[in-house]
Design a protein around this ligand. Sequence first.
Ligand SMILES: Cc1ncc(COP(=O)(O)O)c(C=O)c1O
Length: 456
Amino acid sequence: MTFRTIIEPFRIKVVEPIRLNSPEERRRLIAAAGYNLFALHADDVLIDLLTDSGTSAMSAAQWGALMQGDESYAGARSWYRFEAAVRELMPFRHIIPTHQGRAAEAILFGLLGGPGKCIPSNTHFDTTRAHVEASGADAIDLLDGPGLDTRSRHPFKGNMDLARLERLLAERGADVPCVMSTVTNNAIGGQPVSLENLKATAALAHRHGKPFFIDGCRFAENAYFIKLREPGQAERPVPDIVRDMFAVADGMTMSAKKDAFANMGGWLAFNDDELAAAARNRLILTEGFPTYGGLAGRDLEAIAQGLVEIVDEHYLEYRLRTSAYISERLEALGVPVLQPSGGHAVFVDARAFLPHIPPLQYPGQALAVALYETGGVRACEIGTVMFGRRPDGSEAPAAMDLVRLALPRRVYTQSHADYLVEVFEQIVPRRSALRGYRIASAPPALRHFSARFAPL
Ligand SMILES: Cc1ncc(COP(=O)(O)O)c(C=O)c1O
């Protein structure tokens, strides 16, 4: 027997109250925060969709595992459990724990980046791009065509453009130290990458003698999309698909704050012995001894247990249904939403929703502020604020101006989703009254975290 409703596949054991404040109070608070949602006090947010990173609800089994944490400096039991859990899904020779994903990126690009180099990816996420560029290298996005078309319903909009990768490797091969793919492709809407595309990217990289790395933050969601959408994959268990994804790679970076249900953590993995040794040397300088990285033993336990739970297909079915449900309801209101819906988030096309606000006046920021002022919802601009500043300091519109409604894992219920839709219902009729912003002050890198804005 099947049911129409895909329920939250858990019951709630511990609750955390959230606070309702008034629209007047919210207008005052966001103005004081320089119209930057990152600068708000989290207690002043009703539904926090800023990020799915580190915001998961842990299971009873994870909380139990925390108590089993072995805090020995070297060779802790928790380290061996963590290493085995990672290797069960991602069979790399060397696994190197870090305190979060960007620490893995800092080590990787510290070793492989540098002036004159260029690193191609299906799309670099902001922290990845920042680390590539901080090393002096160029971060090059080679997204396949359908990914840039917000209306396209292509099943794998996160794919790498293989023809452009081939051209880059032919023309600038000597400058390319490695090829990367991000799964799912967060910067363009949490869109998946097909197994076929991962295999073809790896084959192309290898033909040119380049290692292929996967940024695996949302590997489980990507694998479930492969199961649902890729011919021949429907009957295969998710862990087998995951192993196939990583079998073609030479290494990976990972933020365990995403598809490992952990509130902190990450890792770097390699097959190459020399690269692994060099990475461990840097790790000791910046993160810690190689059997704990930047993590406590209890964190390693939570990640190990989280990796068992994240590949559960009931969870993944509910997870992808949640974003599809919100996306369908927003579309029904006439809100342009990136289709098909991504795994970890719903992405609203703010440029299409607010066509009267030009990209350099940040339509995504305008919508994100309106969501907070109207309903206490905190979302994240993924557009010209995040990606519009070039390394030379000049400014250009990003490929898209999106607002990401990121969905923390196992945290909110369907009534929270229904409330979110109602907030949009209130914004839709007065959208033409929304105004753009200018940046009043910003740091040179990752400016979206701390820029201050002024309304126009
Ligand atoms: C695709 C991707 N890569 C890397 C990172 C960086 O991970 P962390 O936030 O743990 O440093 C993120 C975080 O949002 C991400 O989404």
